[in-house]
Design a binder for this molecule. Structure first.
Ligand code: ATP
Ligand code: MG
Length: 471
């Protein structure tokens, strides 16, 4: 059953359900007809008994047995001669016996007394069956027993006819409903086949194809809408991967062709050692930039692939600040910036991945140093906020206009300053910083005014452990 197509399975289940329903309806109608006929027969038999009583009651009180016998025979032979009817008194004397009983069943002996409520039974012989009632009656203090019966041959014929007709009707009904079920399931599943055919056309080069959505609001249109939404997301993800790869190769090609030109020019003719040294220093600077680009690209690729794991541990904030400050001190001095690190309380610790948080701070400090003109200041700060610690990097630099504020976190997004050339960079730092914050369950917030400096901040869980924290 499992390997059959849904269409066939649906038809089979449907036919099975219809067959069960038709069978039950057939059984119930048979039973109801049977009961109705039974009641009719009982009424008829009881009416005959009542008729006998009324007849005997209408007779004069002093009448002898023989006179009664004669009167009833005269009256009943005409109307009941061919029916099953016999009456006996308490002494076993026949009051009446229809010629039919006497002829068909002469040896039939009646009990002289019958149960008060009457007694029904069915008698079956070779060629006939009789439904009979034996009932007592008492008239003028004399007790009689009446036996009467109905030949069941007609009833049995009606029931057997009904059975055959019902069987035929059920078979035809089942056949018709199975065929209808088959067509209905085919019709219902046709949109699924259409969806499958359309879906087969979709591949990485044709991600813009969308599945047809039926106008009716049903499960199939729901399914195609959900699949279309999924395709939309996949399409977007593919597009962003394509842009990322395109941008990355573009960014790598520029420094590589620069290196090549520089080397080719240097090799045109023999040069002095000092000239070679100058060329090599420039090449070194370029490779350092390329290394940082490749590292950032790799980190983002790993982040996308979910391969970058984070190991959260308690980190003493003072140690973290000291480490980051030490590596940025000379760069800040070179950029003529006032670098201020607020020393946090010595016991203050946060929960995070030490390397990643240090990288995040480096990205923010690098930006602060790049985008703050000489003479400005950069501040690294921490503050307690409930169970969290807010860490911020604040500068008095060029600031960020509102229209760029959301976009600076996008990969390769850079703001082109009017007039002067932009500081070196690829536009990857903040997207990496945003990812690191995200992995720590927090957000990287930015407050900035063009010309009024910027403040980047994020909140991390505070570690309340008293134990020795990681360095
Ligand atoms: N502190 C800041 N002050 C002013 N503008 C900033 C600051 N930080 C970032 N920006 C703007 O946001 C852009 C994106 O920053 P991001 O760090 O992602 O890239 P980048 O610094 O240009 O290059 P990379 O970090 O890859 O070397 C920057 O080009 C810059 O215009
Ligand atoms: Mg940067």
């Amino acid at each position: 059953m499992r390997s059959l197509p849904i269409r066939v399975r649906l038809t089979l289940w449907y036919s099975l359900a219809i067959a069960a329903t038709l069978f039950i309806i057939g059984l119930v109608s048979l039973w109801m007809v049977h009961r109705a006929i039974n009641n009719l027969e009982k009424n008829e038999l009881q009416e005959r008994v009542r008729g006998v009583r009324r007849f005997i009651e209408s007779r004069p009180a002093g009448e002898t047995l023989a006179e009664l016998h004669e009167a009833i025979t005269a009256a009943y032979n005409a109307s009941h001669g061919n029916k099953w009817l016999q009456v006996i008194d308490e002494q076993g004397n026949w009051i009446y016996r229809s010629p039919h009983v006497a002829a068909v069943y002469p040896e039939l002996v009646l009990p002289r007394q019958a149960p008060q409520q009457g007694y029904y039974f069915t008698y079956t012989a070779e060629s006939f069956s009789v439904r009979a009632l034996i009932a007592p009656i008492a008239v003028h203090g004399v007790h009689y027993t009446v036996q009467t019966g109905l030949t069941l041959n007609k009833t049995l014929a009606i029931l057997s006819n009904l059975r055959i007709h019902l069987f035929l009707l059920i078979t035809v009904g089942l056949l018709v409903s199975s065929i209808a079920g088959h067509f209905m399931s085919r019709k219902a599943l046709r949109p699924v086949a259409a969806l499958a055919a359309e879906a087969r056309r979709i591949n990485d080069r044709h991600l813009d194809i969308r599945l047809p959505v039926a106008s009716a609001r049903d499960e199939i249109s729901d399914l195609s809408q959900t699949l279309n939404q999924m395709l939309e997301r996949i399409d977007k993800a593919f597009a962003s991967v394509r842009t990322f790869t395109g941008n990355a190769s573009h960014e790598l090609r520029t420094p590589i062709s620069l290196l090549r030109t520089e080397i080719e020019v240097a090799l045109i003719r023999p040069r002095e050692a000092t000239e070679y040294r100058a060329v090599l220093e420039r090449l070194h600077g370029e490779t350092v930039r390329m290394t940082s680009l490749v590292e950032n690209l790799l980190s983002l690729a790993r982040a996308d692939g979910g391969a970058e794991t984070i190991a959260r541990a308690p980190i003493r904030v003072a140690d973290l600040f000291q480490q980051v400050a030490a590596s940025w001190k000379s760069a800040m001095e070179a950029a003529l910036l006032d670098f201020h690190v607020e020393t946090p309380a010595s016991g203050l610790a946060l929960l995070g991945d030490r390397q990643l948080i240090a990288r995040l701070l480096s990205i923010l400090l690098e930006n602060a140093s790049k985008y703050t003109p000489a003479g400005g200041s950069v501040k690294l700060h921490s503050a307690i906020s409930g169970t969290r610690i807010v860490i911020s990097v604040e500068d008095t630099g060029v600031g960020i206009a509102p229209e760029h504020r959301e976009r600076i976190f996008e990969r390769f997004y850079r703001i082109a300053p009017a007039g002067e050339p932009a500081p070196a960079g690829f536009g990857l730092g903040l997207s990496l910083a945003k990812w690191i914050a995200g992995r720590h369950g927090t957000e990287l917030a930015v407050e900035s005014e063009p010309g009024g400096g910027s403040r980047f901040s994020f909140r991390l869980e505070r570690s309340l452990e008293k134990t020795e924290v990681a360095m």
